[in-house]
Design a protein around this ligand. Sequence first.
Ligand code: ZN
Length: 136
Amino acid sequence: MHRGDFGIENFNSSQGHIVYKYFQIEEFASPDDLTSGNMMDSLLLDKLDLARDICGFPLIINSGYRSIEHNKKVGGVANSSHLLGLAVDIHCTDSRKRFMLLDALLVAGFDRVGLADTYIHVDVDPEKKPCVIWTY
Ligand SMILES: [Zn+2]
């Protein structure tokens, strides 16, 4: 078992918090606060789990929740959805996987997508305009 694909045993975890089929909550933590993965929006993680199921390959989370300090450090915008636990950046550098991942994310119901050279950002921020795909 490797990072990005924690498999079915995580789904059966009985640790008393919400668990996901393919992800551990720690994968979404801000690096300066290792428990902050709990700040992630559960609707987002449900959709992400579904997208992972559809695309069929492991997803590496580059960035999930960000503290204000960490967001500044990585050059995030001041109103970043990462500050609210409403966004994830998924590692992706391969054109074929980018196609498959984008398709899976859209089928799973994401309607705010940012395409970068090395990752795909998705968020579920209700304060921002839906049905958009942008580039960096
Ligand atoms: Zn992002």
